[in-house]
Design a protein around this ligand. Sequence first.
Ligand code: PHE
Length: 450
Amino acid sequence: MKKNKAAPEQWTSKFGFIMAASGSAIGLGNLWKFPYVAGRNGGALFLIIYVAFLLLLGFPILLSELAVGRYAGMNAVASCRKIDRKWGFVGGLGIFGAFTVLSGYCVVGGWVLKYFASSLSGGSISPDFFPEYSARAIEPIVWTFVFTVITAIIVIGGVSGGIEKVSSVLLPVLTVFLIGIMVYSLTLPNASEGVKFFLVPDPGEIGSWKDIARIALSAMGQVFFSLSLGMGTLITYGSYLPGNSGLVSNTLTIIIFDTLIAVIAGFAILPAVFSLGLEPTGGPGLLFSTLPVVFARLPGGGFMGGIFFLLVFFAAVTSAISLLEVIVAWLSAAANLSRRTAAIISSAVIFGISCLASLSFGALSGFRIGGMSFFELLEFLSDKLIMPLGGIFICILVGYKWGIKPASREITNQGRLKFRLGKLFEISVKYLSPLLIALIFVFSLIGAFE
Ligand code: PHE
């Protein structure tokens, strides 16, 4: 069995790894992006396309990343380089992506902490509060700082001592309480309106092939973001896996868990919104303007609101640590630093970028790059460029540079496990995924679906 000296740290159990990797996948993408994006893009139709993409893109790419990581047993850059000396840039792109996603994530994580604190102190939050609050200069930055520090402390705790331990507690708690909120939400008057919005396609939304293409684009983006693909997170987490773990079964478990939480979030959020006759808005608006109002108006809602924001925090922080770990694993190896020093330096840089991102909602909102605010620019870079490119590169790296045979040997633990989805994996990694991503990537860049 392969031993890796460069990465002495390992997950202590299969459960711990699944919690950590699912913790990375389950995040803001599930709780505020998925319900809305699904609802807006034709409900059931979106779900079908989403599940197809999970299989055709999510499965092969997630599995590829884990396989590369476990095979090489090093950080994202070094692992890709071990496969092909010239291909370290794929990991490098992931590290750059981790900086961009994490900087935005810490700002939103800060908002979540503020809302949690406000619901604890019983203050009612009006829908106008969010634009006003996010435009403030100092307070959001203070909460962003708190979120960044919590993330750094967990990562400094190490792979098994910090990341695995924390995820193993937070993820089960998140799951149980989110199911609780779902039950509560589904029993509210008029809940069926929300279920309809979530699941039943609105014929007006789907008129032409362009609409279908737009839905496909959102579904692909959602698959990438929600499964944390193309950022080196799964290469890094994979590098801490022992040689005898089943990569295929782990991949499937993570995908199913992530999707279940997204669907449960849909059933937890949309019926509550509709039961008050409100319309769901997308992104930050849903989480920070609509939901506080919903919770404030419902019986027992203040308490539910507090729990809800705590859960959002759990989801966000277990994703944030996976992004920071990508950077820390790389920086500590590349610059020969301790985990602690690497975490402090990278968090400081991230906090600097986060400050700019936070200020771009207020003081710096006039500062635009290509028509985008700084926060939007970070989103554009990660969602539209780095994730799809990272996905294509991983496919080429595994399908052509490494080769399906050697990759399959790693995936099957040198032939000890069966690889029933092997054909799907081969066709997807070599042809289907790169072509599909490239197609959608080009269309989205030229704005064909806008
Ligand atoms: N998957 C996370 C979410 O759904 C976000 C994320 C993206 C985390 C990329 C790590 C890497 O919110």
